[in-house]
Design a binder for this molecule. Structure first.
Ligand SMILES: Nc1nc2c(ncn2[C@@H]2O[C@H](COP(=O)(O)OP(=O)(O)O)[C@@H](O)[C@H]2O)c(=O)[nH]1
Ligand SMILES: [Mg+2]
Length: 403
């Protein structure tokens, strides 16, 4: 029997120099500070000492004022999500760094070929992918930068999908990651942009390219819906001026968790006819709350059918459906619906307080996995996530959903 540990695999796609290495070093380093552990009650630990040391070295370099040396290799890292005071680590996070340009060139030797093959397999196992946009370049070059980046990236996707198809077959292609977030790095250098403005700027400058890209990825791809802004540190050029001024890093893992849940919901919606016809009627009955709120409501009706998700979802999702089932998907969804519909800060505060109570009691009763998931979801609602994360679906009105 597979151990009941949630595997969460994240892929980062971005051109060389777009800030991926700095991001991970800062993310990891920040997690190791006592302040973080005290405030959040959790932190990430590298699964291997060697990897942990490498990341910390880069982080200390940044603390001393210098961004890390650039790397252009495919890199993978593994972390355990550690809850303060609890021995067992409930979530394992894999982080894959896919450097840009890499897919466009031919392998140089047998070793390179092998690394690439492995990277392919990992790519297919990713639950959530992040497309990295360089905030400094965006600020300077604006729309032409976005358009050229997106069309290059579309070629990359095309190439990847063809390679997967030719080497592993049609069936494997179904595993290709569908949950995508667009992440702008170096947000410290582009202060006037919050996540919502970033989303609007991208859609205005390159909306049709985003749609084409989503089509290239395949039916149900969420590329172009979720936007976040990140900064590894405040800096100018290759100098770090303040390592403590990071932006949005703490939301990466929570957004990934939330995305996996959304993916299950969307899949269940798409397959609703296969699951139960009566659900379709229920969907019509639900009221407003935005497209996402509506999706969540529809999903509520499917909670009892979660067993059947495994029939149509690729294997990589099964451990997640199993966990969600055990932890009471219904409760989570109810909470998330409330949170999505909350309009005032006071309402959000109540939700966060409720979650905190729930987390404390889950921890007390040894439900570590459940506590960890709740902690991440709480993170999205707490703090200033409104300015660093934006889902365009929260803007849609209920009528967008008809038909
Ligand atoms: N201002 C600012 N500059 C950054 C940040 N992250 C990276 N940079 C700059 O971008 C360069 C490339 O970053 P790197 O992490 O190596 O990019 P990668 O090639 O995608 O891994 C760094 O040397 C810095 O000059 C950031 O958060 N803020
Ligand atoms: Mg790098």
């Amino acid at each position: 029997m597979e151990s009941k540990k949630m595997q969460l695999r994240l892929g980062f796609f971005g051109a060389s120099g777009s800030g991926k290495t700095s991001l991970l070093a800062s993310y990891y380093g920040t997690q190791q500070t006592r302040k973080c552990e005290k405030e959040k009650g959790f932190h990430l630990l590298a699964s291997s000492n060697q990897q942990g040391e490498k990341l910390l070295q880069r982080y200390f370099g940044m603390r001393d004022g210098k961004f890390p040396d650039s790397t252009s290799m495919f890199e993978e890292y593994f972390f355990n999500f550690h809850l303060t005071g609890i021995e067992e680590d409930p979530i394992q996070i894999s982080w894959y760094d896919y450097p840009g340009g890499w897919w466009g060139t031919d392998p140089t030797d047998a070793l390179d070929l092998n690394i690439r093959k492995k990277a392919f397999v990992n790519l297919l196992s990713c639950h959530v992918a992040f497309l990295v946009i360089d905030g400094i370049r965006l600020g300077k070059e604006k729309a032409p930068y976005l358009r050229s980046l997106l069309s290059q990236f579309r070629n990359v996707i095309k190439k990847q999908r063809k390679l997967i198809h030719d080497n592993y077959g049609e069936e494997e292609l179904k595993k290709y990651p569908k949950e995508w977030a667009i992440a702008m790095t170096k947000a410290d250098a582009y202060r006037s942009l919050d996540a919502k403005k970033f989303a609007h700027e991208m859609i205005k400058a390159a909306g049709s390219q985003l749609e084409e890209l989503a089509d290239e990825i395949g039916d149900g791809a969420t590329l172009g819906k979720k936007f976040l802004i990140l900064s590894a540190a405040e800096g100018t050029g290759d100098q770090v001026t303040d390592i403590n001024k990071t932006i949005g890093l703490e939301l990466i893992a929570p957004i990934a968790v939330r995305s996996t849940i959304e993916h299950l919901i969307e899949s269940s919606r798409k397959h609703q006819n296969e699951i139960e016809q009566r659900v379709a009627n229920k969907v019509k009955e639900v009221g407003s709350g935005g497209l996402f709120g509506k999706a969540l409501k529809a999903a509520k009706n499917l909670v009892e059918n979660i067993d059947k998700f495994d029939d149509f979802l690729p294997v990589k999702w099964q451990i997640i459906t199993q966990i969600l089932k055990e932890m009471g998907l219904k409760d989570i969804l109810n909470e998330e619906i409330k949170a999505m519909q909350a309009s005032s800060e006071a309402e959000i505060k109540v939700i966060v307080a409720d979650k905190e109570k729930r987390i404390a009691s889950l921890k007390k009763s040894g439900k570590v996995m459940e506590a960890a998931t709740e902690m991440m979801l709480k993170e999205i609602h707490a703090g200033n996530s409104n300015s660093t994360y934006f889902d365009t679906r929260s803007e849609c009105t209920a009528s967008d959903q008809e038909g």
